[in-house]
Ligand binder design. Structure first.
Ligand code: VAH
Length: 317
């Protein structure tokens, strides 16, 4: 049975991945890693062991790995795209200097490592429709540059040292549990909150701007399935395209309006978010993930919308 460490266990993806992994592998087998000021609370704290794991302190992470006999590390420490643009040096420090320390710990302790990439790893020159698995990646955001580097450095550790590094390129992740923290795709979460609160939604992304999106349960499924995949089938290891749905603001607005007829939206485009979104794919081709490890999403826009509204109505009372 795996012993898993999640670095960034209280973030948007980390908080739900920790719960999902504990449900699959047992609470005692999943250590919730956190930094001071972002401590686990409630079921995250009570559901299993937790430990401070600051990616700047590789020595301490190694001690945690040894103490809990960790064989698998999910490294979710990163700044998201918009925040990263305001703090590029910190984004690199966490995303890459931190990754190097995690990969060294994994190399010395024979751990597998999952460090997610993103649709942000593509740039304006990448084919936007049916974006291939192997294609040009020249992003101009520090977030994208760090994600391409994450893919390449993880592949390097796999090829040079035999470290079992695997990852996916996440679309915009949508969830009702932990709000996102400063991303270009955050609008696709915020719009549901506005609908449930009976507020007009002010959309920061322009009409017709398509982006790949994924519902959190499918994102978690991808993160877990890739690490359980048969290694003899893998041609790629890091940065698998995983797609599930692609939509623009008008489409998600209409999907919500079916359930909230009085819902209204108007556009107030955020130039930075729009410029980032314009450089990302309209829709990725995820044939390789489907062929090499049987990737298959369960949710589409309508089923996600139904589930999001149901849970947010409960959450927001
Ligand atoms: C962001 N939600 O917008 C994140 C994610 C693909 C998007 O990386 O930065």
């Amino acid at each position: 049975m795996r012993n898993i460490l999640i670095i960034g266990s209280t973030g948007q993806i980390g908080s739900e991945l920790t719960r999902e992994l504990r449900a699959s592998y047992g609470g005692s087998h999943v250590v919730a890693g956190y930094i001071v000021g972002a401590e686990p609370k409630g079921d995250l704290l009570e559901g299993g062991p937790s430990a401070i794991t600051d990616v700047m302190d590789g020595q301490h992470i190694a001690e945690v790995v040894k103490e809990y006999k960790i064989d698998t590390i999910y490294n979710l420490a990163a700044l998201l795209s918009v925040v990263a643009e305001s703090r590029p040096r910190l984004a690199w420090k966490i995303g890459i200097d931190g990754l190097w320390k995690v990969l060294e710990v994994a190399r010395e302790n024979h751990c597998a490592v999952f460090t997610p990439s993103s649709i942000g790893s593509f740039g304006a020159d990448t084919p936007h429709d049916n974006t291939p698995q192997d294609t040009i990646q020249r992003p101009r955001t520090i977030y994208g540059i760090s994600k391409v580097t994450t893919e390449l450095l993880s592949d390097y550790y796999h090829l040079k040292y035999g470290v079992d590094t695997r990852s996916v390129r996440f679309p915009g992740v949508i969830s009702y549990v932990t709000p996102p923290g400063g991303g270009t795709t955050d609008y696709a979460v915020d719009i549901y909150y506005s609908a449930v609160r009976g507020e007009k939604f002010i959309c920061p992304i322009g009409k017709g701007t398509l982006m790949d999106m994924i519902y959190m349960p499918d994102a978690l499924k991808a993160a877990i399935d890739i690490m359980e995949a048969d290694p003899t089938r893998l041609i790629h290891h890091n940065g698998f395209n995983v797609a599930s749905m692609s939509f623009d603001p008008e489409t998600i607005f209409q999907a919500i309006k079916k359930h909230v007829p009085q819902f209204e939206m108007e556009y107030l485009v955020d130039p930075l978010k729009q410029s980032i979104a314009d450089s990302w794919p309209n829709k990725m081709d995820d044939t390789c993930a489907r062929q090499e490890w049987d990737w298959q999403p369960n949710y589409d826009l309508d089923s996600m919308t139904e589930d999001m509204l149901k849970h947010l109505r409960e959450k927001l009372g």
